[in-house]
Design a protein around this ligand. Structure first.
Ligand code: MYR
Length: 280
């Protein structure tokens, strides 16, 4: 059984890792004024935050066109017996629904679309697990079984420097964002039922980071094998330092460092920080 694994750019899986695991990626877009750029292809993280500073217009984002999904699925159908397509949370983007609609238009193969209910490298963890299983010849049903099991242990908490980006993009309810910015809190955010909601309102960045680390410790101190990722919005040194600190404290956890790329960075703003993990 040969199963193709597809994801979208917001998993931010480095290109070498994608190539190594035969992962196919469909990009979302960042729009500055009238210009649309496919992230990870036409605009990369190295230039994005600089571009935001230099541009008068704040960027917006869009999901891939359905035609792009159809084209990719039809091409893969010539080489693979089935497709598992893993995407960012359906509560924050229409990408998942686009993939489902495209899958229904393709008759040549079975397309199984999976809603990760999250994004960034935590979505990437789903993709890596799926790719490892596909390489072992596992069926789409077996792969989806494992992905659903992963949902039981995956956790992700993140914080932003400025809630107005999330509010402007409509990915957090206005009332919550207004209260948040008025009080100048640094709420810890997380996903509930595919959507972003505040987990706890915390006054300072330092305390918010500590709260996230305490939440991580609750799981990591159980000493079971885990994968975890520190994700930063253009704060690589801070992310690297945190990863090193965690690696020393939790040698049984496999840590990654990743970033909020252009599309997610548009909605979170510079300076966001997140930690995600799951039990292997
Ligand atoms: C689109 O235009 O379809 C893309 C919309 C992306 C919204 C992103 C909202 C922030 C997601 C934060 C993920 C944090 C994971 C730890």
């Amino acid at each position: 059984m040969k199963t193709a694994i597809v994801t979208d750019s917001t998993a931010y899986i480095p290109v070498e890792l994608r190539a190594k695991h035969d992962i196919h990626m469909i990009p979302l877009n960042v729009i500055f004024g009238n210009e649309s750029y496919q992230e990870e292809v036409e605009i990369k993280i190295e230039h994005f935050y600089e571009e935001v500073k230099n541009n008068r217009d704040l960027p917006s984002t869009s999901q891939p066109a359905i035609g792009e999904f159809v084209e990719l699925y039809e091409r893969l159908a010539k080489e693979y017996d089935a497709i598992v397509s893993i995407h960012l949370s359906s509560g924050i983007s229409g990408t998942y629904q686009g993939a489902v609609a495209a899958g229904e238009m393709v008759d040549e193969t079975d397309v199984h679309v999976f809603d990760s209910e999250i994004s960034c490298m935590i979505q990437g963890f789903y993709v890596l697990e799926a790719a490892e299983m596909a390489a072992e010849g596992k069926s789409p049903e077996e792969i989806l079984g494992r992905l659903n099991q992963m949902k039981e242990s995956d956790r992700a908490y993140f914080m932003v420097d400025d809630l107005s980006h999330l509010q402007r993009g409509g990915r957090l309810s206005s009332a919550q964002a207004i209260v948040g910015s008025l009080l100048q809190v640094k709420p810890v955010l997380h996903f509930v039922d595919t959507k972003i909601v505040p987990f706890e309102k915390i006054r300072t960045r330092k305390k918010a980071v500590k709260r996230i680390l305490d939440l991580f410790d609750e799981d990591a101190s159980q000493q079971v094998p885990m994968r975890a990722v520190v994700i930063h919005g253009n704060r690589e040194a801070e992310g690297e330092e945190l990863k090193k600190e965690l690696e020393q404290k939790y040698p049984h956890v496999e840590f990654y460092l990743s970033y909020f790329g252009p599309v997610i960075g548009t909605h979170l703003g510079e300076g966001a920080l997140g930690l995600g993990w799951y039990k292997r």
